[in-house]
Ligand binder design. Structure first.
Ligand SMILES: Cc1ncc(COP(=O)(O)O)c(C=O)c1O
Length: 362
């Protein structure tokens, strides 16, 4: 089957670019002795998690237990749930997950750690704990000065095992000089944290960090020994805008068809917010919803659920039935909208993978 024969809207993955992205990240981490534990919230597909592990990843990171369950069903054995597990229903699922895979949970409170401890007791298995510290995102994570006391309390639990610390450098983007400066500053902060833990007799086995826009500089965080980057497998407009990759590094495109040219000055494509989501480009004044590969001057400026409004005038205006390809603003949320993706080498479709962990928000 040829790529042009796939019905639209469709998510296409260029396998050559994908393989290059996977290989590049694995080699970089290996060279710098950092364990790569990719976040699979980007792709949500067990076969791709296996490709990452075969390339050298030590395991995977997930955000949700539902994602972890799909991956464990597919034989992935080492899982970090990089998200606090709260509530009895989830703790029961955590216990049964721990019976069939090695599981670590990231959290930022003793209450959540106690729940994990009970789940480990019920499973009769160890469950690891990473304590998340706020690296500047002001999302989850304890303040640096609270870290030693929380780690000490968790290290005293009977069934859960304190393994270390989780940081997240998602805010570090920009041109190479800016990223390098911010990473060096972050290195100073992380070293300060770890020194403080060590003065208290706490030696973390794992110091976990991320993300894609600073993956190429992960070695600057000297004592961070694990990296959870996720978006690097596909890349997207945000990672290109972050200054760390080029358009040629974007492995995923969404194929769409022009379905109406009735209104002057615009065309309508068959992908709207149910295909692309409404995520804007991060940190950019550009308000469009993706880059149109065939002609980046065309702008997807507005969406209804199934209609994409593209501003297009004059000779450059695509015709009814034309196919266009878009690099999305934020690839992770786009994958989550689709049942399957098509893998291709050049113009030949070589496989179709279900997005098995899509919609696993619990
Ligand atoms: C806790 C955590 N770790 C890792 C990642 C992966 O970051 P990225 O997709 O930028 O590589 C994310 C992304 O949202 C995250 O929230």
């Amino acid at each position: 089957m040829r790529v042009s024969e796939i019905d639209t809207p469709a998510v296409l993955i260029d396998v050559e670019i994908l393989e290059r992205n996977v290989r590049r990240a694995a080699e970089h981490c290996r060279k710098h002795h950092v364990a790569l534990r990719p976040h699979i919230k980007t792709h949500k597909m067990p076969p791709l998690a296996h490709v990452q592990i075969e390339a050298g990843a030590v395991g995977i990171s997930v955000a949700k237990l539902g994602e972890a369950e799909v991956m464990a069903d597919a034989g992935i054995q080492d899982l970090l749930v990089a998200y606090p597990i709260v509530g009895a229903a989830k703790l029961r699922r955590l216990a049964s997950l721990a019976e069939r895979a090695r599981v670590t949970v990231a959290l930022d409170s003793f209450e959540v750690a106690e729940g994990v401890d009970r789940a480990a007791r019920d499973a009769g298995r160890e469950i690891g704990v990473l304590v998340e510290v706020d690296s500047g995102t002001a999302r989850c994570g304890v303040a640096p000065e609270e870290l030693p006391a929380l780690c000490r309390r968790i290290a005293g639990l009977r069934h859960a095992r304190w393994h270390g610390v989780m940081t997240y450098q998602g805010y570090i983007t920009g041109d190479p000089e800016t990223r390098e400066r911010l990473m060096r500053e972050e290195n100073g902060r992380v070293n300060g944290l770890l020194d403080r833990l060590e003065r208290d007799g706490l030696r973390p086995k794992v110091v976990s960090g991320a993300s894609t826009p600073n993956l190429d500089l992960c070695q600057l965080l000297e004592r961070v020994n694990e990296n959870r980057s996720g978006t690097y497998v596909f890349n997207d407009r945000n990672t290109v805008n972050s200054g760390s990759v080029r358009w040629e590094d974007c492995a995923l495109r969404v194929a769409v068809t022009v379905v109406s040219t009735a209104v002057p000055g615009q065309i309508i494509i068959d992908g709207g917010s149910k295909t692309f989501t409404s995520d804007r480009a991060a940190g950019s004044a550009d308000a469009s919803f993706g880059r149109i590969v065939e002609d980046p001057t065309l702008q997807l400026v507005k969406m209804n659920e199934e209609h994409g409004f593209v501003q297009a005038e004059g000779a450059a205006r695509p015709k009814l039935g034309d196919r266009l390809h878009l690099i999305p603003n934020h690839v992770c949320v786009v994958v989550n909208m689709h049942d399957q993706v098509y893998l291709h080498r050049g113009d030949e479709v070589i496989d179709c993978w279900p997005v098995a962990a899509r919609g696993k928000v619990r």
